[in-house]
Design a protein around this ligand. Structure first.
Ligand code: GAR
Length: 188
């Protein structure tokens, strides 16, 4: 099984789905570590419940990105992590990790990139009046949601949608697309 680390900053619904797909034998990974940059985030409790170790840090305690990424990298090396999976990690990845994991860091983003990069992509799409949005899985580079696209799935915005229902429907797509894409990549 391929060793992965999941990076997340918030609720962790994608983290949760990756773990349950793994437990159900549909995803042949070993989630070795959660990396979280938000002490107190709900995802940390989820990792605890599953008995998955977590590395939690506060970027404000470090002088620069390189300093905390070096610590993260030490953990990843110790656990022999092969792939880094960003599941709602709201921070740009720096040179230290990009260089250590070339084409081995992937991210999920809740829009059809290159439309609506950055924060609150679902709200951005809703407010813009587009009729179709979706989900993108892409390789991570130094930019904000700019790396090479691996897969996308489109979703129609309904007349009856509000932000909450759109968010729910986009996340349903994420929870299906992300584990399936990860499985495809690691079995290539
Ligand atoms: C997900 O919708 C993910 O696509 C998004 O954060 C959410 C995390 O939800 N990521 C980004 O916006 C990255 N730019 P979760 O914590 O419930 O998995």
């Amino acid at each position: 099984r391929t060793k992965i680390a999941v990076f997340a900053s918030g609720t962790g619904s994608n983290f949760d789905r990756i773990v349950t797909e793994m437990q159900g034998g549909r995803l042949s990974v070993d989630v070795c570590l959660l990396v979280c940059d938000k002490p107190g985030a709900a995802v940390i409790e989820k990792a605890d419940q599953y008995g998955i170790p977590s590395f939690v840090f506060d970027a404000k305690q470090y002088d620069k990105k390189e300093s905390f990424e070096r610590e993260i990298y030490e953990q990843l090396q110790k656990l022999e992590v092969e792939w880094v999976i960003l599941a709602g990690y709201m921070r740009l990845i720096g040179y230290t990790l990009l260089q250590a994991y070339p084409e081995r860091i992937i991210n999920i983003h809740p829009s059809l990139l290159p439309a609506f990069p950055g924060k609150d992509a679902i709200g951005q799409a809703f407010d813009s009046g587009v009729k179709v949005t979706g989900v993108t899985v892409h390789y991570v580079d130094e930019g904000m949601d700019t790396g090479k696209i691996i897969d996308q799935e489109a979703l129609r915005i309904l007349e009856t949608d509000d932000r909450a229902s759109l968010q729910r429907r986009v996340q349903e797509v994420e929870h299906r697309l992300f584990p399936a894409t990860i499985q495809k990549l690691i079995s290539e």
